[in-house]
Write a protein that binds this ligand. Structure first.
Ligand SMILES: Nc1ncnc2c1ncn2[C@@H]1O[C@H](COP(=O)(O)OP(=O)(O)OP(=O)(O)O)[C@@H](O)[C@H]1O
Length: 333
């Protein structure tokens, strides 16, 4: 239930600055996702918000109150990690109750909270089991349940799904989305490498690059209006097609970007070449077309593939969906 403000926050380890001045406000009840390449500082930023690490300079405010020196347990946060960190010798019930017991919460209140969280996460039939008797997805739900019962103001997730297989990731992602809806007052901050997780869970995404905030916005804003080549290339799967040289010059820029779904196969398009590879996903398919640019151009088309590898095709980008970037990777206005 907290609004979190970061004001010119930096973090250094010895002489090395890893967070280089971040200004960001996360609204009450917002689901904010941090993304960025490995080593850009996502986990460090999360740990600064949690209080597990101290900020070097700048200010951190929770609901307007400066928390720079407030210890983690006083911040009202709960954290869920990729390793579930459950106590192996304790049953699910006791794992979830443990923190409340330390706080001397009454047994009746503990039972009420554990049962309600377990119901929400559909693990109420597992309360008597030990962690080793659970699947990975169930363990992660216990870890989330253990966080919920503490009634946190802020929920922090550090790549919570990365140890799960593909099907479980989808299922647990859905659980987390439901959790966000049912706890609409709780601010959630989520670190991930996964595009789809970021796009589907976030109210807003913050893209980090080398310790700085590159852009923050709704998934749609970042997808449609990236403010740099970096964000354009980072958000969206498959990656935006980038063209340089004569292709970009023709559009008055250094790098021309166009997403795969904004290119059509047409009779007499401006670009043409051989289909090097076809990826058929059933519902749609991708053509990889060699047109003489730096990399083959990916074209996304609906339905099953109807063009064979080795065919020549002519393609056209949609004029109203071109992204033009200058030599610094900034949009050409
Ligand atoms: N305790 C530490 N001492 C020194 N350097 C550190 C420490 N913790 C992190 N770093 C450095 O800070 C930078 C940011 O690390 P961080 O773990 O926040 O990145 P990340 O974006 O979460 O990466 P990944 O996606 O790989 O988990 C890295 O260069 C890392 O080596």
């Amino acid at each position: 239930m907290a609004k979190i403000e970061l004001k010119n926050v930096t973090k250094s380890y010895g002489a090395v600055q890893v967070i280089k001045g971040i200004d960001l406000t996360i609204e009450k009840g917002e689901f904010m996702v941090f993304v960025g390449p490995s080593g850009c500082g996502k986990s460090t930023l999360l740990r600064l918000i949690s209080g597990l690490e101290e900020i070097t300079t700048g200010d951190m405010l929770f609901d307007g109150e400066r928390v720079n020196n407030l210890i983690p347990s006083k911040r009202g946060i709960a954290m869920v990690f990729q390793s579930y960190a459950l106590y192996p010798h304790m049953k699910v019930y006791d794992n979830m109750a443990f923190g409340m017991k330390l706080d001397r919460t009454s047994d009746a209140e503990i039972r009420k909270r554990v049962e309600s969280a377990a119901k929400l996460l559909q693990i109420d039939h597992l309360l008597d089991r030990l962690p080793k008797q659970l699947s990975g997805g169930q363990r992660q739900r216990v870890a989330i349940g253990r966080a919920i019962v503490r009634d946190p103001r802020v929920f922090l997730f550090d790549e919570p799904l990365s140890n799960l297989d593909a099907a479980l990731r989808v299922q647990t992602r859905l659980e987390i989305a439901k959790l966000h809806h049912s706890m609409s007052n709780v601010t959630m901050i989520y670190v991930t490498h996964d595009q789809v997780e970021a796009m589907t869970l976030a109210d807003r995404i913050a893209v980090l690059r080398d310790g700085r905030l590159e852009q923050a916005g709704t998934p749609a804003e970042l997808y449609e209006n990236p403010n740099s080549l970096f964000v354009a290339g980072f958000i969206g799967s498959p990656k935006m097609n980038f063209l340089t040289g004569k292709f970009a010059e023709a559009e008055g820029c250094t790098t021309l970007g166009v997403r795969s779904e904004h290119i059509d196969v047409v009779p007499n398009g401006p670009w043409s070449g051989e289909v090097l590879h076809v990826e058929d996903l059933g519902s749609d398919h991708f053509l990889f077309v060699e047109i003489g640019s730096d990399e083959p151009i990916i074209v996304r088309r609906p339905g099953k593939a109807d063009i064979a590898v080795g065919s020549r095709v002519s393609i056209a980008p949609r004029a109203d969906h071109l992204y033009r970037f200058d030599a610094d990777g900034r949009p050409v206005r």
